[in-house]
Structure formats: structure tokens, C-alpha cells
Design a protein around this ligand. Structure first.
Ligand code: HEC
Length: 367
């Protein structure tokens, strides 16, 4: 009966050049019910599946289907998707599927071969999986055989996104393998991670340059009286080492993780803006509580809890990627009283940077 339904739909699929959207859903449903084994064993069903894949090219749907049917011959397409979408689920899920499709060699090869921009995008996508299993691949970027500085820095940033990766960087620092080209990037990243033990080691092994660390700023009451330059503040906001735009969007630019700040100047006073930056844990916005989910394989997803169903938890990790975790794969989950917005961000800037930054946020008003 099921097979019949499948074949019936198959005819429509094969004899029309394009599959209309509603038919596509039915077809995917039918093929999914038949399951990978039956579909892979039947040439006509496989043909239908390939039609579906052509019709969904470049979308999250495509990645889902490749994953569900355990298709090993689509790795090159997944690789392209990863490079084109480093900061959204299409690309990051592509990397995850590649990893489970024995794509490690392909990924390593691509990092060596691709042009600089593409290698950097790929490294970002890989880092956004926050998975310890990617360390050997990211290490290829870290040691880039062509010695490309930006590729190496991107690898540092990606490794610092998950604890095992951060630890791998520290181990390298211990053995003197963090050279001057990537040292500042490593210092910036590792001194700002959320794992206190990693930060403590980083302060020893790859300290932040003097002048920025430990400088004490004037009290907020004093800061609000100083004048700043909103234009400069905007560049502070988007500066890679200051990190605001890695978690916040302003008018659609930046990464969608924390609340958008496009109208924050209407919502918060200058004083409250300073407080949000200097003491993020003083008050956490409703719905933005932070969660940690550890899996039995040692991966850790840290971020916002988006949904909790019978079978899966969806965690939005810092970086804005949605991660569906099977409940059966979870070892532990816990909610934290601390904000996912790290404290100590002011250490990544000067006092004037901070004043300019707040001046900029004040200009972001409801239109
Ligand atoms: C790792 C992610 C992350 C980074 C980096 C980050 N934030 Fe946040 N931020 C959040 C989250 C999540 C919230 C909401 C939870 C809370 O209130 O703490 C937030 C809240 C805020 C708020 C309050 C928003 C409101 O509607 O009340 C402001 C203002 C803010 N951030 C500014 C900044 C600035 C400026 C920077 C850069 C110096 C920055 N953030 C860096 C994640 C981040």
C-alpha cells in the first residue's frame, strides 16, 4: 500500500519538469515513510528522490533530506552550502551532515584548496557546530599550509567557541605553539570565554595586551556626563574583537542571537545602557535565560532554549544556530542564573570606546 502511494506520486514527479510546492511536500512525506532502505533499493524511487533534491537545492530542506536518506554522494553540494551559509542553519547543518557522512577528509581538503574567503567561511560554519569532533579539521586551518593570516585567525575564533576547542588552543599555548600572528586573536578570544577555568589559564598563558586589561573605568555616574562620538561608537559595536554584533542585530545587520538593539535608545536610558554592558547579570531579559545542554558524546550546547518537545530540545547557540538535540542523547541540562551576555566586555575596549559605544546605542531609536 505504502509502496503504491510512493509509486503513484513518483509518476507525477518524473513526468513533470518541475514539482509544485504542495506536491513536493507530499512526495517528501511519502518517500520518508518508505524509508531510506526501500528508496535506495529501488531505482525509480531513487530517481524521484533525486528530483526532490534538485527541486530543493540550496535550502535547509535539501540538507534534511540528504541527512534522512543517508546519501553519501551529495557531499560536494553540502560543502558548497556550508561555504555559502557559515552563520545560519543551512550551512552549519550541512557541516554536521558532512561530518556524519565521513566528510572529514573532504572538509580538510577544502580548507587547503579553497580561496581565502571561502576557507574562512567554511571555518566559521565548522566552528558554529560547536562540536569537539571538528578539532582535527579546524587544526588544519590553524596551521594553514599557505600561511594565510586571516584563515588562521578564523580557526582560532572557531576553536574558542566550544570548550574542547578552547582547551586545544590553551594546550598549544602551553607548548609555545601560538605564534605572534595569531596571538592577539587567541588572547582576545580565550580571555572572554565563559569557562572560568579556561579564562584563568588564558590570563597566564595568553594575557591580553597591557593597558586594556584591568584598567578601571570611571563610575557610570561620571561616564554619562562625558561626550562621545556615535559614528566611532558604531565601529566599536561592529568591531570583531568587541563582539557586540556577534550576538545582536541592529537593523538586520549582525547575528541574531540576543535581542535586536535597533530601538534600544528608546527603551533604555544612558545609565541603563552602561549597566547592560558593564553588568549584564544584574537583570536578565525574560526569555533570554541561558541553558547548557551536555550530550553523552561530550558536546556542549550553550545558549537559549527555543523549544522543548517529547523527543528533542532546541538550543540556539551563541552564533544564532538552532541545534536540535535528541533527548536520548542528552547527559545533562541546566539553566544558569547568569546571562549568556558575558561580563567583562569592557576589557575588550578603552574607556572612550565604551563612551562612544553608548553614544551610538542612544541614537538607535524607534522610527
Ligand atoms: C554572547 C552574546 C552576547 C554578546 C557578545 C553581547 N550581548 Fe548583549 N545581550 C545578550 C543577551 C542574550 C541579552 C539578553 C539577556 C540579558 O538581558 O542579559 C543581551 C542584552 C543586552 C542589552 C539589553 C537589551 C534589552 O532589550 O534590555 C544591551 C543594551 C546589550 N545586550 C548590549 C550589548 C553590547 C553593547 C555588546 C558589546 C559590547 C553586547 N551586548 C554583547 C547577548 C550578548
Amino acid at each position: 500500500m505504502r509502496i503504491l502511494l510512493g509509486l503513484l506520486l513518483l509518476n507525477t514527479a518524473l513526468f513533470s519538469a518541475e514539482i509544485p510546492a504542495e506536491k513536493l511536500n507530499t512526495l517528501v512525506g511519502a518517500l520518508t515513510r518508505l524509508g531510506p532502505e526501500k528508496v535506495n533499493a529501488n531505482p525509480r524511487l531513487l530517481e524521484a528522490l533525486n528530483k526532490v533534491l534538485d527541486a530543493t537545492k540550496g535550502t535547509g530542506r535539501f540538507v534534511e533530506i540528504v541527512s534522512a536518506f543517508k546519501l553519501a554522494d551529495r557531499n560536494d553540494e553540502l560543502l558548497k552550502l556550508a561555504i555559502a551559509n557559515p552563520n545560519n542553519n543551512v550551512g552549519v547543518d550541512s557541516v554536521k551532515v558532512l561530518m556524519s557522512n565521513k566528510g572529514t577528509r573532504l572538509l580538510k581538503g577544502a580548507l587547503k584548496r579553497e580561496n581565502e574567503g571561502e576557507a574562512i567561511s567554511l571555518i566559521e560554519a565548522i566552528g558554529n557546530t560547536v562540536s569537539g569532533s571538528t578539532i582535527p579539521i579546524l587544526t588544519v586551518g590553524l596551521d594553514d599550509s599557505k600561511g594565510r593570516t586571516e584563515v588562521r585567525k578564523a580557526a582560532v575564533r572557531s576553536l574558542a567557541k566550544f570548550k574542547q576547542g578552547a582547551q586545544a588552543l590553551l594546550d598549544r599555548a602551553k607548548s609555545g605553539e601560538i605564534d605572534s600572528t595569531i596571538r592577539l586573536t587567541a588572547a582576545t578570544e580565550l580571555n572572554a570565554v565563559r569557562w572560568a577555568d579556561v579564562r584563568a589559564q588564558a590570563a597566564e598563558l595568553v594575557p591580553l595586551p597591557k593597558g586594556r586589561e584591568g584598567t578601571s573605568f570611571a563610575p557610570i555616574a561620571e561616564l554619562i556626563k562625558r561626550s562621545g562620538d556615535p559614528k566611532r561608537g558604531q565601529s566599536v559595536f561592529f568591531r570583531e574583537t568587541v563582539m557586540c554584533s556577534r550576538c545582536h542585530q541592529v537593523n538586520g545587520v549582525g547575528i541574531d542571537f540576543g535581542p535586536a538593539l535597533s530601538e534600544i535608545g528608546t527603551k533604555l536610558s544612558a545609565e541603563a545602557l552602561y549597566e547592560s554592558i558593564l553588568a549584564p547579570n544584574a537583570g536578565i531579559l525574560m526569555g533570554y535565560e541561558s541553558w547548557t545542554v551536555e550530550t553523552k558524546t561530550g558536546d556542549e550546547f550553550y545558549g537559549l532554549l527555543i523549544s522543548d518537545t517529547d523527543k528533542t530540545l532546541t538550543i540556539k547557540t551563541v552564533g544564532g544556530i538552532l541545534n536540535k538535540v535528541d533527548k536520548s542523547a542528552i547527559l545533562r541540562r541546566s539553566k544558569s542564573k547568569l546571562s549568556t551576555m558575558p561580563d567583562g566586555l569592557q576589557q575588550l575596549m578603552s574607556e572612550q570606546d565604551l563612551i562612544d559605544l553608548v553614544e551610538y546605542l542612544k541614537t538607535l531609536k524607534k522610527k
